[in-house]
Structures are given as structure tokens and as C-alpha cells.
Design a protein around this ligand. Structure first.
Ligand code: IVH
Length: 725
């Protein structure tokens, strides 16, 4: 077999480089150095060809030339296996780069579901719903119960009965435009009759077991890697840049929800699903109407029993409040609806050998023991790593010091039970002492950080040992950077965990701000980067552009990206919504000190507790941290937090206090509603209060409001004002 000829290289405009890599030398005559150089060159040429084909939709070489390059690469790799590159083109199967899809901003966010595992959680869910709605003990709420399909969600937009757009969930607010691919799915109608003018149908794309098995046979026959499970196969198939590939993959779709609508589908969840069915969507036959927790659990049992015979994967049952008016009243927490819950099936289990316990250092310095396992299949997924939580867990104690696993400790060499629940990271649950090797030693947590050798300290009351190295600890720095570029944070295309690690090792970036000065520090930038393994002209230029694109960014993402302990995505959203601007947030955090006004204001946010407040105040109290944050902020233009649904709201930006008994809604509901309209709800009356809503029995707060001349309304007056009386 010969290598790519001069014509191939010429057609790529790479004739100069082509000469360097002695492409015409038979593989057996190549020196190690020449082979290495040629592999690098081939990786670049193939990457360029892939981009031209997938991203730019403009192939610049013929299929035959492309195959010749790939073959030459494989031959050299076969002759010099040690030279095989990490980014070897031979390992790149199918999966197209995500940057090939355009982005779609969902008109109505695509949220996820809160999870529960126990029967008792169902009663509690119903209790929460009824409490929120202020229903009496004897009033019952009806729910639907339906299978939770294990696929990936898809939103289909129809305008005047025609399918105009299909988008994946993405991060919930922005997804990928997969319209061409969705059109190839038989279960997705192209046109609808008698549908609302605007209708977004949401549901799950999945692959049946039989189709999955047949696809894997085809993959293997074609010399390609089989998919690990039907969910991965469905995701990999839907997210193909070439819709011809999607067409060849047997995907299916169940409709179970909706987004934007010009007219309501029904006044109940069940009715809406019936309507979708009448419009020709596939809906799940195991959807049942239940009058309370007992029937919900009965339906769960029924679905659980049928699970193995369904022919497709499900991972639980979803309950939804049936009455859509009640759904609207219940509304949403930051990422999940209050009116729905997923009741997951129990975790899957397997036994395997614990080969080693490694210590990973996280972005907050936490030392986490990780189990390295002899690979084992747990519920269709191969698991070789699992979490061991902390040193107490390994020793057989919980965080209160009480025995777990009957006090059995876990040792390297042990036979251990691994479990996986849904997408959750696998855990080591149990140990079989009868199989313990005689020489197995109890585990001891290191007292120094394995990465920077700083002291690792365990504070009283904390189960976690933490590295005290702070910013000098390379592991913490890298983890912080990885978090910073992660999907819910800055989400920079082309800059993932792998690249961040490489750049950090190379000394190019030490902290987030450095990402934004990369281009300047490298002059033309591109020149330096493209000489690195795995980077070509175009990918380097794309990276710098992608970085620039994220200079203008939402406040919630910045807050989340800082990686402050206890401040997750939901908390970052709350903080952004509360403070509105970076300046307001920054000032408040620098000033917040236990007991002062800024502190009280921080704690007044529903969802912010003392632990989070302390973490925030601590971060904004450390000089090195503040300096690093300031350097970052200087590179950015942080957008003001947009408050959805507050346009035309009469209470946007106003501070409202509720007091006395409310009769038409609960306090929680009133607060959530006011906040969704852009108001700030406070617990006490002060000069800053704009409005007091006083029900019967209002006392001192009403008096104080009167003294301060603050506008006061009764409940009906409030409902009139916000337009829902
Ligand atoms: S309802 C506002 N119903 O589960 C919530 N979701 O864990 C809308 N899913 O992102 C979702 N089967 O991809 C709903 N019958 C079902 C579902 C279902 C699967 C998925 C969906 C969602 C995820 C949340």
C-alpha cells in the first residue's frame, strides 16, 4: 500500500509540509523520527479534512484521498504502535464535533426533574404539592404516572402545522439545532392537522433494544466501535452532522410534554397527552391517571414489572400533577418543576475487585478517595472507577460516626459491590469479608496533599480532608479551570477539560483570567498554538474566536464559574437574579459580614443558607482570590441578569412584604409568584419596602408600614395588581 501521493497533498495545499513527511517512503523504511513527523502531519491533514466535510459542509478532498490518508496513518501506527498519538485519527469514530450544529434558544426552558428512589418519597411529593397549594388534608390531587424513557430529550417546533425546528435540550436554555436529523425519524410527524399555530412538542428520542443490537452488529462489521447502550446509540445518532447517517439509524420518539404554545392543548396533563396522540404523536400507553400516592405507587410497580419486556430502556416513572392550572400555580424551582417528580428504579449492582484507592484533589481542595476497580458491567455500562466518598466511609462510619455496612471497612484487594443509580457516579456500597486477602491493609488517608505536598487538614465536624495549598496547588488550579470552562459555566467551544489540562501543564494558563489573555500573550497566537499537537491553523483561530465570544457573558454563569464551595448552578441563578449586576453582587459579597445588612440581604434569598453565605463571604475576603477575580472581570463584559416574565410587571424591582393570613394562596406560592414577576420578597418592613400585602391578623408589620407611609394592599388588591384575581 502506498502513502498519499503528491496530488493528494497538493490538493490540500500542503505540498511543502508533504515533502517534510516523506509520504512516499514505504512504511517499513521509515525512521522513528520520520514516522512520528508523518503521524503528526496526517493528524493535521485529517482533522482539516474532517472539518471541511463536517463543519463547513465543503469537502476539500475526495473520499478516496481521504481513505488513503487514513490507511497510511493506520499502517504507520501498526508499524510503530508506541508512536500512536492520543488524538489519533484512527480512534475518531462517527461522533461529529458539536460545534457543527447551530444553536437554538428555547422559547420555554427545557428543565429536568427532581429524583426520588423510595415509596415514601411519593407521599412526601404529594404532601409538598398540597402544602404549596394550601389544600386541606382531605382534598386530593390527581397525577399522571408514566414511564421515564431513557433516551435524550428533543423539542419539536411546529408553526401552522409544519415542523420548522428541532432542538436538543443542551444546557436547558440553549440547545443544538438538529432539524434535519429529526426529520428522518419516522415517529416525528412532518405536518400536523388541527394543531395550534405555534406548538412545541417535547419528548424523548430513544432506540429499541432490537434496533440497538442490530446497529451494533453493523457497527462491528464495519470495523467501528459498538455503542455502550441504547441511550448512547440514540444520542450519537441524533447528534450526527450528516443527517444521512441519522436516517440510517432507527430512532423513535415518545411525546410527553410541550414548550411554547399559541393555544392550550387541554386543561389537564392527561388531556394534553391525548391531544398529542390525536395529532399523530407516539405517546406512552403506560400513562395512567392516579388519584393519589397509593395509585401512583401501584402504577410504578406495574411499570417496574413490565420493564424487562418493554423492548426499550426506561429508568423510572414520572409523576405529574394532572390539572394544568395547578401546574401553573406550582411553577418551577430554578431547574425543576414543583409539579413533577421522577421516581427512579433501584440502582443496579455488581461485584468486582478493588485494585487500588487513588486520591483526587478537587477544585475546593477536597481529597476524594476513588476506587480503581477491575472493570465490571453494571446495568449495561462498564464501570472501572467509583467514588468512596471520604475516609470515614471507607472505615465503615457515616458522617455522624455511626456504623455503616455493619462497620466493615474497605481495603485494597477487597471484593466490593458497586452500584449505579441512573446517571449518578458509581459508588462502592458493600464489601465481602469472606474474600478479603490475608495481607489486605486498612486504608489510611494521606495527611499531605498528593499533588502539592501541602498539609491536608480535616476540620472538626467536616468529613472531608482538604489540601491547604489553595492557589499554589496545581490540582486545585486545574480543577478550578476545568470547572470554569464547563458547560454550565463559560462553555468555551474547543476548550474542554483536556485542553485546559494541557495548557496548564504548559504554563499557558494558571487562572481563568489567563484564558482571555492567551491570544495577546502569543502575539498572533495562532502561530504558537498550531505548532502544538492536535492543533491546526483553523482550530487555533477558532479557539481564540470562541474565547472572545464568551467575553460577553451572563452574570449567573460568571458566579457559577468562580467555583465557590456550595455555590452550584441553581444557587448561582438565584444570586444573579437577586443582585442583577456584577457590581451589585461583588459589592455585597465584599461587604457581607455576619450580622450586617449585606449579610441579612444575602440570607433573605430563598435558597441561600448560612453555609453558602459563609463560603461566599470567605472567598470575597481573601486577597489572592479577589485579585484573581478582579483580573478575570477586567476581561469580561458581564450582562445584567435578565428577569424572565417581568416585562410589564407592575411589581418588577419592588420590595414586597407579606404578612397576616393569606387565603387564596400559601405564603410560599405568594413569594414564588412575586419573585417570578421580578419583585424582591422580604420578611421585614423597612424604609426600603415598597409594598405590604396584609391578610387578616396582620399585626406589627402593618403598623410599621402605616408609620412609614408604605402602600398596603389586602390579598385581593394584590391579586388585582398582578392580574390573577
Ligand atoms: S417530563 C419539565 N416525562 O427525563 C420536565 N421527562 O430527568 C419535563 N424524561 O429531561 C420532562 N421520560 O429528558 C418527562 N415521561 C417523561 C420522561 C422525561 C424521560 C427525561 C427528559 C428530562 C429528564 C429529566
Amino acid at each position: 500500500m502506498t502513502g498519499p501521493d503528491a496530488r493528494t497533498l497538493l490538493s490540500l495545499g500542503q505540498n511543502q509540509a508533504g515533502k517534510d513527511v516523506s509520504a512516499d517512503t514505504p512504511t517499513k523504511d521509515l525512521s522513528v523520527q520520520a514516522a512520528k513527523a508523518e503521524l503528526a502531519r496526517l493528524a493535521e491533514l485529517l482533522e482539516q479534512a474532517n472539518r471541511a466535510y463536517h463543519t463547513d459542509d465543503a469537502p476539500d478532498i475526495t473520499d478516496a484521498d481521504y481513505d488513503a490518508l487514513k490507511r497510511r496513518n493506520a499502517e504507520i501506527e501498526a508499524r510503530f504502535p508506541a508512536l500512536k498519538r492520543q488524538d489519533s485519527p484512527s480512534d475518531q469514530v462517527g461522533a461529529a464535533p458539536a460545534e457543527g450544529f447551530s444553536k437554538v434558544t428555547h422559547a420555554v426552558a427545557m428543565l429536568s426533574l427532581s429524583n426520588a428512589f423510595e415509596d415514601a418519597d411519593v407521599g412526601e411529593f404529594d404532601g409538598r404539592v398540597r402544602k404549596y397549594l394550601g389544600l386541606s388534608a382531605d382534598a386530593s390531587v390527581a397525577y399522571t404516572a408514566e414511564p421515564k424513557i431513557d433516551g435524550l430529550s428533543l423539542s419539536l417546533r411546529y408553526e401552522n402545522g409544519a415542523l420548522v425546528q428541532a432542538a436538543t435540550r443542551g444546557d436547558g436554555s440553549v440547545g443544538e439545532n438538529v432539524t434535519a436529523n429529526a426529520r428522518t425519524i419516522a415517529d416525528v410527524p412532518q405536518t400536523l392537522t388541527d394543531a395550534p399555530d405555534v406548538l412545541e412538542v417535547r419528548g424523548e428520542v430513544y432506540m429499541s433494544h432490537s434496533d440497538f443490537e442490530a446497529l451494533n452488529v453493523r457497527q462491528t462489521e464495519a470495523g467501528q466501535k459498538p455503542f455502550a447502550n441504547p441511550r448512547n446509540a440514540a444520542a450519537g445518532s441524533l447528534r450526527q452532522l450528516d443527517s444521512a447517517i441519522t436516517r440510517a439509524r432507527p430512532l423513535r420518539f415518545f411525546a410527553y410534554a410541550w414548550g411554547a404554545l399559541s393555544d392550550p392543548l387541554s386543561d389537564t396533563q392527561h388531556g394534553a397527552i391525548e391531544r398529542l396522540k390525536a395529532l399523530d404523536f407516539q405517546t406512552n400507553d403506560l400513562t395512567a391517571l392516579c388519584d393519589g400516592p397509593e395509585q401512583m405507587i401501584a402504577q410504578y410497580r406495574k411499570i417496574e414489572q413490565l420493564r424487562a419486556a418493554l423492548g426499550y430502556d426506561i429508568d423510572g416513572v414520572v409523576y405529574k400533577v394532572n390539572d394544568l392550572a395547578l401546574q401553573a400555580r406550582l411553577g418551577f424551582r430554578s431547574t425543576t418543576p414543583r409539579w413533577a417528580m421522577a421516581h427512579k428504579f433501584p440502582a443496579e449492582l455488581a461485584w468486582t475487585r478493588l485494585e487500588a484507592i487513588d486520591i483526587q484533589v478537587g477544585r475546593t481542595g477536597a481529597l476524594s478517595p476513588v476506587a480503581r476497580l477491575t472493570p465490571v458491567t453494571v446495568g449495561g455500562v462498564v464501570v472501572s472507577n467509583a467514588t468512596l466518598h471520604n475516609e470515614d466511609y471507607i472505615a465503615g462510619r457515616d458522617n455522624k460516626g455511626e456504623e455503616i455496612r455493619a462497620g466493615k471497612d474497605i481495603r485494597v484487594g477487597d471484593w466490593v459491590q458497586v452500584y449505579r443509580a441512573g446517571d449518578v457516579i458509581p459508588k462502592v456500597a458493600d464489601v465481602d469479608l469472606s474474600k478479603r486477602p490475608n495481607d489486605a491493609m486498612p486504608f489510611r488517608m494521606p495527611e499531605r496533599c498528593p499533588e502539592c505536598d501541602s498539609e491536608a487538614v480535616r476540620e472538626p465536624g467536616d468529613a472531608i480532608r482538604r489540601c491547604t495549598g489553595g492557589l499554589i496547588c496545581p490540582a486545585q488550579a486545574v480543577e478550578k479551570l476545568k470547572h470554569f470552562v464547563s458547560r454550565s459555566a463559560f462553555d468555551i467551544e474547543g476548550l474542554g477539560a483536556k485542553q485546559v489540562e494541557q495548557f496548564h501543564t504548559d504554563g499557558w494558563i494558571a487562572e481563568p483570567a489567563d484564558i482571555f489573555t492567551l491570544r495577546d500573550r502569543f502575539g498572533s497566537g495562532v502561530q504558537q498554538l498550531k505548532n502544538r499537537e492536535g492543533w491546526g491553523d483553523k482550530s487555533a483561530a477558532n479557539l481564540f474566536d470562541a474565547i472572545d465570544e464568551k467575553r460577553s457573558i451572563d452574570l449567573n454563569r460568571v458566579i457559577f464559574a468562580l467555583g465557590i464551595r456550595h455555590v452550584g448552578e441553581a444557587a448561582a441563578n438565584l444570586l444573579a437574579a437577586h443582585y442583577g449586576t456584577w457590581a451589585a453582587f461583588d459589592t455585597a459579597m465584599r461587604n457581607a459580614e455576619e450580622g450586617n445588612a449585606a449579610w441579612d440581604d444575602l440570607l433573605s434569598i430563598d435558597g441561600v443558607g448560612a453555609v453558602m453565605a459563609h463560603a461566599l463571604a470567605t472567598t470575597f475576603n481573601q486577597e489572592a482570590e479577589i485579585a484573581s477575580i478582579d483580573r478575570l472581570v477586567a476581561q469580561l463584559s458581564i450582562k445584567e441578569a435578565t428577569r424572565p416574565n417581568t416585562e410589564g410587571s407592575p411589581v418588577a424591582g419592588k420590595t414586597v412584604v407579606f404578612t397576616g393570613t393569606l387565603e387564596k394562596m400559601t405564603r410560599a406560592e405568594a413569594k414564588a409568584r412575586a419573585e417570578s414577576l421580578g419583585a424582591k420578597v422580604s420578611g421585614s418592613v423597612s424604609a426600603k419596602t415598597d409594598l405590604l400585602v396584609a391578610g387578616p391578623g396582620a399585626g406589627s408589620k402593618a403598623k410599621k408600614a402605616a408609620e412609614l407611609g408604605i402602600e398596603t394592599l389586602d390579598e385581593d388588591g394584590w391579586l388585582d395588581l398582578i392580574g390573577t384575581a
